[in-house]
Design a protein around this ligand. Sequence first.
Ligand code: THU
Length: 166
Amino acid sequence: MKQLNLTIPVEVLENKAELSFDEQSLIEAAEKTCDQAYAPYSDFKVGAAVKLANGVIVTGSNQENAAYPSGLCAERVAMFYANSQYPDVPVEFIAIIAKNQQGIVDNPIAPCGACRQVLLESEIRYDQTFTILLAGKTAIHKLKSSKDLLPLSFIGDGMDKKAASQ
Ligand code: THU
């Protein structure tokens, strides 16, 4: 038997000042966006801010629904909006942060599995990795690629794509 030991590189920053001005601004944009969330069921408000290669910043917040699975996470709201409005422009950064009733959560937010898959698809679509900033009150996690958020991911390998397009 062979064993695969995976290492995930995550920069752990204890202070926002360790980030560039643009990265700090993106986290601030995500933080403001939390207040636009529609989260009457969880009271957990998430904000995501996406910076595109053309300099445009697109934000999104979680949108819940009485039929729970119909809601959508902040990351996917922001990513789908960015990719649909600017289909030819790759993402360069995404910042994500969350607030509960006490304010910004202590630990850096950890995106759900479905959002990780969507982030990865965008990297593959534009053949360009992007920086991910997961912010919390006590630390910020900085990752260089969504591949690091989703190791051993499904990227359509083995699918007969030609057959699907016929
Ligand atoms: N949520 C997000 O928007 N992003 C995450 O990374 C984690 C969870 C939302 C989904 C739901 O509206 C609420 O937070 C509680 O799970």
